[in-house]
Every structure is written in structure tokens, then in C-alpha cells.
Design a protein around this ligand. Sequence first.
Ligand SMILES: [Zn+2]
Length: 398
Amino acid sequence: MSPTLKLYDLDAYQSEFEAVVLSCEKADDKKHEGNYIIHLDRTCFFPEEGGQTPDYGTIDNVMLTDVQIRKSDEGEIIDHFVEKPIEIGSKVTGRVDFEHRFDNMQQHSAEHIFSGIVHNDFGLDNVGFHLSDHIVTMDFNGVLTDEQVRKIEEKVNKVITSNVEIKVFFPDKEELEKLEYRSKKEIDGAVRIVTIEGVDVCACCAPHVHRTGEIGLLKVINRQNYKKGVRITIEAGKRALNSFLYEHDMLKALADKMTTSISEIPAKFDQLSKENMELGAELKNFKMNQIRQKIDALPVDTEYIYFFEKDLDMKSAQYMINLFQEKSSGYCIVLVGEDKDYKVVIGSSQKDCLAAFKKLGEYLDIKGGGSLKMAQGKVTDASREKITDALEQVFNAK
Ligand SMILES: [Zn+2]
């Protein structure tokens, strides 16, 4: 079969084309189960290639499910996957989902500017690129700090507003040998070069915007260390704008809730956080006083006592037990929780808490352990009444 003529190589903006169906057969792999592979003499559909996911669209109103590229002895063939068969020999109209295509063009051109600047300024190479509908990442073979990334981002946006032309061409062998470019690989046949004047020269197969101004803006979303280098996540164009709109709405809603303006959120948050800490400390004091009063009210010879607490941290529960231990040699049992699941702590200065804990296990679904002086764990699926009965059986029987 002769290689497919790649119309997207010549014009990234062509979204409609006519072609002849050269073959149509049932796909035989799991990923494309139930699909048909269509071969056309020419196509505008960009396949999954170079880390970028494929175009969307239709062939004679039949939805494309995937576009792949493969090598044959004659050259590269584009496999179009569709849900219904299309007659061999028929003339068809292909329509690329241009909104999706243009979004990919904005991301990919932005990536070239970013990688070009990183290459020029830091001598690092982009060794991994991923462009899907949800995320764009670039992996560089060296470390970049947050500050450096911020400066690169600034430079990229300057290139975008300068509205520089992006040129695509196929140099002949002689020209290519003289050319300095990124992403050099041993390729049979013509090498497609994408240049952004003063910024980047790179071998690339993907569709790009004509001028950098069409990218609109680039925003770095994340920088993380990755395989001895960094992985940078970016958003460009409408994606970046959409994120800004979403995040602005979120911040506005947050500011309204805090009865302040967006710019005052950090100060307001600090103030609320401080107040919250003060309230927390006050509440803790109040709780501790309550605990002290409860223990103070007990007779000195208390053999065993239990407390059900709806909401108490384990530290306070232990504090409660310690206070009790200073006063009495009996058992103090604290149960924290409500509605069938409780945390339980048993403490005593003189008696065997672990033995008592194990004995409780005869009556309750209880897990945990401890020592002679303190045991703790969890009781599951037991009502307050059931637990009270079990405590009576274990501690009052003596
Ligand atoms: Zn590229």
C-alpha cells in the first residue's frame, strides 16, 4: 500500500478534506474491538505520535475512535479507526474537530518555546513529552528550580506576545546537515523542522500555530523532581484561560465566604487561623477542667468508673486516666465515640488492665492490647447498653 499523504504536514489549519478509501477491514486488536481500520489516500487527521494524542473527527459522518501511524516498506501509513465500515473506492469527506486540534496546537507550540528556552539557557533537553486532553508534561534531563521555572515562564510569555512566526519546512539533506536543531533522531526520509525565530529549531511531526500570539498565554502548573531531572506541567491557550476562570470563580466564592476581597484572602486566612488556634486552646482548657471536675467528684475508694465521651482525643482520655490513677487504685475506663463504634482506654495504677481488656473480649467485639497499667483498642458494633452490661460483668463481678 502506498504511504498516506499527510495533509496536516502542510497545513495545520485545514480541517476538511476529500479522500479515497483504499481499504477497510475489521480491526483485530483488543483496544479497537468492533472497529474498522480505514486507509485513505490522504488525510488531515493527526495520529497519536511523538507523545501527543490523536485528532478527533468524522469520516463521512462516521465518528473516528482512534488514529495511529505505522511504518511499512513503502512509507508511513495512517490507520483510521471507525465504528462502521466504509465502502472501498468511495470518495469520502473527513472533518477534523478543529477546536480540539487547535487546543493541541496551542499546547504543542507552547511546549516548543518552553523547551527551546530551557535548551538555550540551561543546555537541557526535553526527553519526554506528553500531550493529552487533560495534561501537558515535559521531562528535562536536569534540575530546574522554581525560581528558574518562573523566569522561563516569563520569557515564554514574552515570546508569545511578540507574535513571532512559526515556520515548518522540510530541508534537503545538505541543508539539514548544516542545521542545529533539537530532537535529532535517525529518521529515514524527510525531516520536518519547526522553527520559532530566535527561540527554537526542532524536528517535529505535529501541527503548530502560525504565530506565537495565537497561543495566548502559558502557565506552569507544576514542577516536580523526576528521574534525576524535572517534570514540568503546563497549560497554554484556552486551557490556561479556562483554569484561570475556574480558579478565579473559586477564589471569588472563597473571598465572599470570608467577607473580604481576593487580595485580602491570605491576611484573612491568617487571622481566622489564629482565632481558630486560640479557640482550640480555650476549648482544650475547658475540656480539661471538665475532666478534672469529673474525677474530683469521685470518692477516693472508687473501684471502677467508666465515662462515655462523644468527642475526646486520646491524649485527653489518657490525661483523664492519669488523674484518676493519682486518686484511686481502681479501674478507669474511657469510651470515645457514638453509635456502635468506640475507642476504649482502660487504666489502673494497681490492677491488671490487659487481663481486664481481654476479659471484655468475651462480651464485646474488641481489638487492641496494652500493658498491665494501660490497655486500649476499639469496640465495634456495640450499643452503649451492650457495652455498659459488659463493663458490669467484667468489673463489678469482683
Ligand atoms: Zn514537537
